[in-house]
Design a protein around this ligand. Structure first.
Ligand SMILES: [Zn+2]
Length: 127
């Protein structure tokens, strides 16, 4: 549970950024690695309820307890990622059905996850 606390994430982001920099000497890559590491906890605060620091409050929107809202938010996020990815493709590849099939698969996985959250009993990871 403390692995998702703010101090633990900052230590992990620093370590991964430093490791990336030492391995590549690419400052932009090191910053990107740190930002991605920190973005994970931001997403976790939307989907769950996570500790802030030892002894501190547990915060989060806990969308995993509200499957339809979680589905809408996560589908929006993966759709935005798909749009960005699709723009990186050559025009002929972006128009292919396979590109659209990727979006269907990504949103379909979100739907399966939402159905799982809504209908299968589970033990909460945090709280
Ligand atoms: Zn997490």
């Amino acid at each position: 549970m403390w692995s998702h606390s703010i101090p633990a994430v900052l230590v992990l982001a620093t370590a991964l950024s430093l490791g990336s920099y030492l391995g590549t000497r690419d400052r932009a890559l090191a910053l990107l690695v740190g930002a991605i590491t920190i973005s994970h906890i931001v997403a976790d605060y939307a989907t769950g309820a996570k500790p802030t620091w030892p002894g501190g409050p547990v915060i989060g929107l806990n969308l995993y307890s509200h499957a339809p809202l979680d589905f809408l938010l996560e589908s929006a996020v993966v759709s935005a990622g798909w749009v960005i990815y699709r723009r990186s493709l050559p025009a002929h590849a972006a128009r292919k059905q396979l590109a659209w099939l990727l979006l269907v698969a990504l949103v379909g996985m979100q739907l399966l996850g939402a159905l799982d959250l809504a209908f299968l009993p589970r033990t909460p990871k945090c709280m």
